[in-house]
Write a protein of this length. Structure first.
Lengths: 157, 578
């Protein structure tokens, strides 16, 4: 075991959210090359109507991640510092990852393709109220996670 | 989705038939306002009344909706119960992006449902559900139940009507997602006439983006202008209520049924005052990082012991003017209470506010009595006005039935037309002078947003009728292209012709970009053509005497200029309509 500095996306100031969806749209546009507010690693919804504000559905960077354990093909691997690295070519669209996620952070499109935050932080600058943060964390990385990271790199493929 | 045609969802509520139609015209009418007018020509009945079941209710978005910031509005078109002519009303919330992601350029609703119903639309769903149990509910109750009933929280729009719409009042609005509205000219009544309590649009599709990096690069530039520069600070900061103090300072704020244009007491309802004591938070339409929606709060003590409830209510300049300065209500919390009642009833706030201002003066003059008003309406008496708004929504007696049709309908019956503050419909919150009065009186939407007449009034003197008409026509032309994209008009400073052309090109609408001027002219012509053919006669529009009695920072109103401008602008409108 050794300490690793990694960045993860956090949503510390969601009370400020105005529901513009700029973060979701940016993720879909820049990471997934799509026009969408669904096929994104962060998705915004009202929490019981607009009068009660907004919440973000995004990966909480679990380590170990339940979605990794649920994935039958090894498409999901533990990311160093928390979260996952997804190798899309190994994905069989079974949807087990989304079922396993306790916080509904994984979106499946109509073909069953999963979309989950890769903790790249590209959405952060589009938030007009500074709700999001790309935070550096120090974590003790397990050998498994280190191995997975070495094998897959850190970008979604 | 980028297409060289329009994908239109058509739902006939009478037969239940649902159709998806590919319709040409992208390079001639663009989308939004242009598309709505084209669809009205195709599906509407110019000679039949507004509530004929066959008449369409149209919602249209544009080629840039969702692709760029502030391309976040939807155009709603219908034959209006207010004047039985073609009408447009614009709204935001999540309506535009929801339609985009439901993969429709427009939704056309015809027919009349057999029982009160809700229409549910998505990229893979078109369904009509019986919701008779919601008929009669106010908008707050209906909103809560509808949210529970349908999927897609956060990525859907719920358009709904309240009791005023069910009763088919021409002052009934369609509320979008709690805080936004297709406010004016009676869209809510059109839904009511169709037995349609709600429309839920679930935006559940996604689309590939144009290849190459031109689009992404341009997006960054436009986004930076919207957020990093001062261009949008007015809307981001105090919002449109900043106008209250500005207009009061130049003696151009309509006060107490336009009996005054300035009053120190308006200090209690300025944008600054609202921000200081009543602003709770902001919100945005989907796709807009500016977030101009200002949400205030009121709290209400409902038991003798210290037991309170609170409500969140969005406010804007137009609402503050209509139920604030116009009614002599100069306390921001009292204004919010009035907005709240109108919201629950599904009334557009502006028209009823102006109508009640007229009723108050009429009562004071003895033209009507408390037998009609049922209440001792008096400027500043918020409690009476709250009750009066309910009477307008429910049409409690003949007087309120007439008043909730229009101020002029009531004035025709009881007298007092001279002081009815009506410019095509109940006035907007600007008493800047001749050009604005003519612009709203003859404007296609009878809105201050049809053309910047209020800004033209504030330019230095030395204007000629010819110059003013030229300005109104040119300005309207630019705006109707923007509302065909469909941009929020608050972004008009950013979306110059050059920027718009680049945006269109970057997503593959090169031909539209190359012909913007011709297309704008065609959209302008088509909209006016629909309006004129459905019965509009500019020469029949009169500007009540009250508008000529006011004094602004410029002094008295120039009645000769006003009349000449109205005549000439009317002539040009007929010419444009072809």
């Amino acid at each position: 075991m050794r300490e690793l500095a990694m960045k993860i996306l956090t949503t510390p100031r969601m009370e400020r959210c105005i529901g513009c969806h700029s973060c979701s749209l940016a993720c879909a546009r820049l990471v997934h090359k799509r026009l969408s507010w669904d096929t994104a690693g962060i998705r915004i919804r009202s929490s019981g109507g607009l009068s009660t504000g907004f919440e973000a559905r995004t990966c909480l960077a679990c380590d170990p991640a339940p979605c990794v354990a649920a994935c039958p093909t090894g498409a999901y691997k533990q990311r160093r510092g928390g979260g996952v690295v997804v190798t899309k070519k190994l994905c069989i669209r079974c949807g087990e990852c989304a079922k396993a996620c306790p916080v509904d952070a994984i979106y499946l499109d109509t073909s069953g393709e999963p979309f989950v935050c890769i903790h790249c932080g590209r959405c952060v600058q589009y938030c007009p109220h500074d709700c999001l943060e790309h935070t550096e964390i120090l974590k003790e990385a397990s050998e498994t996670a280190e191995h997975a990271a070495e094998q897959t790199g850190e970008a979604a493929s | 989705m980028i297409r060289d045609h329009f994908r239109v969802l058509i739902v006939d509520l009478s037969t239940g038939q649902r159709t998806i139609s590919d319709i040409d015209g992208r390079d001639t009418v663009a989308g939004g306002s242009g598309l709505a007018a084209m669809l009205f020509e195709k599906y509407g009945f110019l000679g039949k009344p507004w509530d004929d079941p066959g008449q369409p209710l149209i919602f249209a978005i544009g080629p840039l909706t969702g692709y760029f910031p502030l391309m976040s509005k939807t155009v709603c078109a219908f034959k209006s119960p207010y004047h039985d002519q073609y009408a447009e009303s614009h709204g935001g919330g999540r309506s535009a992006l929801s339609l985009r992601f439901a993969d429709a350029d427009a939704l056309v609703i015809t027919g009349k449902a057999k029982s009160p119903s809700a229409l549910i639309v998505g990229s893979r769903q078109i369904e009509l559900k019986d919701v008779h149990y919601l008929w009669g509910t106010d908008l707050q109750v209906a909103g809560k139940i509808l949210r529970r009933m349908f999927p897609g929280a956060g990525h859907r729009t719920i358009l709904r009507i309240g009791p005023a719409g069910e009763r088919q009042s021409p002052m009934a609005c369609i509320t979008a997602d709690t805080y936004r509205h297709f406010g004016r000219l009676g869209g809510g009544a059109v839904m009511g006439a169709k037995n349609l309590k709600a429309i839920m649009i679930h935006g559940d599709a996604s689309f590939p983006l144009p290849e190459g990096n031109a689009y992404a690069k341009l997006f960054e530039e436009v986004y930076a202008k919207m957020t990093d520069t001062d261009m949008m600070s007015k809307y981001h900061n105090l919002g449109t209520p900043i106008n209250v103090a500005v207009l009061n300072d130049i003696k151009a704020l309509p006060i107490r049924n336009l009996q005054a244009t300035a009053d120190p007491a308006t200090a209690g309802i300025t944008g600054e005052r609202f921000a200081e004591v009543a602003l709770l938070r902001n919100a945005a339409c989907a796709g807009c990082p500016v977030g101009c929606i200002h949400i205030g709060f009121v709290r209400e003590r409902f038991q003798k012991e210290n037991r309170y409830l609170y409500r969140q209510i969005s406010y804007d300049h137009e609402l503050i003017f209509a139920v604030g300065s116009m009614l002599g209500v100069m306390d921001c919390f009292e204004v919010l209470k009035l907005i709240d009642v109108a919201e629950k009833m599904g009334l557009d706030v502006m028209s009823p506010g102006v109508a009640l201002a007229w009723a108050t003066e009429a009562l004071g003059k003895g033209i009507i009595t408390e037998k009609e008003t049922l209440l001792p309406l008096a400027f500043g008496d918020s409690t009476s006005y709250q009750a009066a708004l309910r009477h307008m929504a429910y049409g409690t007696n003949e007087f309120y039935q007439l008043l909730s049709q229009s101020t002029m309908k009531a004035a025709e019956r009881y007298g007092g037309g001279d002081f009815a503050c009506v410019l095509g419909q109940e006035m907007a919150g600007y008493a800047t002078g001749e050009t604005f009065f003519v612009s709203q009186a003859l404007g296609l939407r009878h809105s201050h947003l049809d053309a910047g007449g209020y800004a033209y009034d504030q330019k230095p003197k030395g204007k000629t009728v010819e110059d003013a008409v030229k300005f109104l026509i040119q300005d309207e032309k630019g705006r109707c292209f923007l509302t065909s994209m469909v941009s929020c008009l608050f972004a008009r400073g950013v979306y110059t012709d050059e920027v718009l052309a680049n945006c269109l090109k970057s997503v593959g609408y090169g031909s539209l970009a190359d012909n913007m001027d011709t297309v704008s002219e065609e959209i302008q012509r088509l909209r006016w053509n629909m309006r004129i053919r459905s019965g509009f006669r500019p020469e029949n529009v009169s500007i009540p005497k009250r508008f000529t009695e006011i004094t602004t920072w410029k002094g008295q109103i120039d009645t000769l200029f006003l009349e000449d401008l109205k005549k000439e602008y009317g002539r040009k409108i007929l010419e444009m309509a072809g």
